[in-house]
Design a protein around this ligand. Structure first.
Ligand SMILES: [Zn+2]
Length: 155
């Protein structure tokens, strides 16, 4: 039961004041996780935020979204960087594959800006040849010191 209110005053009148006109009580001391405003005891137990509100100027106030963006930003920042890095590497491997082909030299790899020291995973075969796993591409060292590019199941 999320209610949309036309303006902030209605919310203040109905939900913030201790004695509200709708007869709500606040014994449970439940409060919006974002702003700390009280949530009436009569509201559904799963409600943890103020109702989504359309203000007089038309902007929408949504404390659930605000709460999650506030707490997810610092957490996601380093991961966004990693995702952006691997997206770039993926595009460069794809370009190398399309331009040069599926067998390339280490110079080709360097020319396309692909850093083999930063894959998602790498393995060493029993012949001491390296396998570099990126998001969708596998770059395998061949015995003649060339490299083979193929696709694998994405991580
Ligand atoms: Zn709130």
């Amino acid at each position: 039961m999320i209610e949309i209110f036309k303006n902030r005053n209605l919310i203040l009148n109905n939900f913030i004041m201790k004695n509200d006109s709708l007869g709500y009580t606040y014994e449970n001391k439940r409060a919006c996780l974002f702003c700390g405003k009280r949530i009436p005891d009569q509201w559904h137990k799963t409600i943890k935020y103020c109702p989504r509100t359309v203000l007089e100027d038309g902007t929408i106030e949504n404390h659930k979204d605000d709460y999650h963006s506030k707490y997810s930003k610092p957490l996601n920042k380093p991961y966004k960087f990693i995702a952006a890095y691997h997206k770039g590497v993926h595009e460069r491997i794809e370009a190398l594959f399309n331009v040069v082909g599926n067998v390339v030299t280490i110079e080709d790899v360097d020319n396309f800006g692909i850093d083999l020291s930063r894959p998602f995973q790498f393995k060493v075969s029993k012949d001491q040849l390296y396998k570099f796993y990126f998001h969708e591409f596998l770059i395998e060292q061949l015995p003649n010191n060339q490299y083979k590019i193929s696709q694998h199941e994405s991580f």
